[in-house]
Design a binder for this molecule. Structure first.
Ligand SMILES: *Cc1c(COP(=O)(O)O)cnc(C)c1O
Length: 374
């Protein structure tokens, strides 16, 4: 019996992705061992976190690193670091701010909700989000024209949640911000490349620990040493409820060390095997149309798209909700549900999950009289 069974929570088959709401990732043995080691003795947490931050910075090719509870906390703390800096009076005053600069310029297509809104995380850090341009188009002049003496930083979001077309590329955001002498903060929560954004010149970048990196529920910020030092000071202020414990720190470092050594070619092959098996198992369900679709944000992920052959959006929603409410619960990727299709993500699936998903779908679709008649 697992802890989930004992407390009466259903096990989830996760075909959705590395979702914080579904537990992020499943942890490898090395990560679990590191967490257990850290959980069995005391340490000077500040010292441990500083050393761990240095190790993470090294793995990301950055000057310094800071560990927190997630990328959402990362956004709030990065903003606090540029709004309050290391001035304790300001750190203690956050998130109520009566000084400038406190504005955070952000392209309109980056003002997304990832489960909570980026704009709210900015406010939590004492910033005032200033949207730039239109939701589907921003030109360089608009960003340059938004930067004023009140601007503390420019925040960019690198994500499948963000509008992909019509936004300025990160390199252009960095060029414009740096010309105006302002730092660029980047939310790269679910991204896979640990070095590229820092390498391009982003001043601070935050990642989730539980997404691409497959670590515990945690997050981190890497970037310029002076700014990371300012992040650390926020733990005496708004960063305090976002502080991570020794076990999380240990697990995150172990996960990152494993991540940078992992064989991506092998992994990509394994994912493809799962996707192929899903297509095989589902394609002869009459009412479904099943196909392979690449990741919207250009990551190396081939997912399996599912739609109803008769384009019946209501029937698709019903299928999704019955999958979620069944036992075991099956969660699919719902980002495109309103457009009439859902996806199965191979990354969090084991090959053994494939027949379970197929049989749940068959069961639900056969049990539905509406479908039987059509
Ligand atoms: C998941 C996500 C976050 C939040 O990350 P947590 O680690 O869950 O706090 C922030 N921004 C984006 C774009 C995300 O995808």
């Amino acid at each position: 019996m697992t802890v989930y069974d004992r407390l009466g929570a259903r096990r989830v088959i996760n075909a959705s992705g590395r979702m914080t709401a579904l537990g992020g990732s499943v942890l490898g043995q090395g990560v679990l061992r590191a967490m257990e080691e850290a959980g069995t003795s005391f340490v000077d947490v500040a010292e441990f976190k500083e050393k761990a931050g240095n190790r993470i910075a090294e793995l990301c090719g950055a000057e310094a690193g800071f560990i927190t509870t997630g990328a959402a906390a990362g956004i709030a703390i990065m903003v606090a670091a540029v709004v309050a800096g290391r001035d304790l009076n300001k750190v203690f005053a956050l998130p109520v701010v009566d000084w400038q600069p406190r504005e955070i310029a952000i392209q309109s297509g980056h003002m997304v909700n990832f489960g909570a809104s980026v704009a709210q995380m900015i406010k939590l850090g004492g910033g005032v989000p200033i949207p730039v341009g239109s939701v589907n188009m921003v030109v360089s002049e608009e960003l340059a024209g938004t930067i004023s003496p009140h601007t503390a930083a420019v925040l960019a979001v690198q994500s499948h949640h963000a509008v992909q077309k019509g936004m300025l590329p990160l390199s252009e955001v960095i060029r414009i911000a740096h010309r105006a002498n302002r730092p660029v903060l980047l939310d790269a929560a679910a991204e896979e490349d640990l070095r590229m954004y820092v390498g391009q010149g982003a001043d601070m970048v935050t990642y989730s620990g539980g997404k691409a990196i497959e670590g515990p529920t945690a997050g981190f910020i890497v970037g310029r040493r002076d700014l990371i030092e300012a992040c650390r000071v926020q733990e005496q202020g708004i960063g305090r409820p976002m502080k991570i414990g020794k076990e999380g720190v240990a697990g995150l470092v172990a996960a990152l060390e494993a991540y940078v050594q992992r064989n991506r070619v092998c992994e990509s092959d394994e994912r493809r095997q799962v996707s192929d098996a899903l297509i095989d198992a589902l394609q002869d369900i009459d009412v479904l149309r099943v196909s392979a679709v690449p990741d919207e944000a250009g990551r190396d992920i081939m997912r399996v798209a599912i739609e109803m052959r008769d384009k019946n959006g209501v029937a698709l929603k019903k299928l999704v909700s019955e999958l979620e409410s069944g036992t075991p619960a099956v969660y699919v990727r719902k980002h495109h549900l309103e457009e009439g299709w859902v996806a199965l993500d191979p990354r969090p699936l084991q090959i053994d999950d494939v027949p379970v998903i197929a049989s749940r779908m068959r069961q639900i679709l056969r049990d539905d009289p509406g479908n039987r008649m059509s």
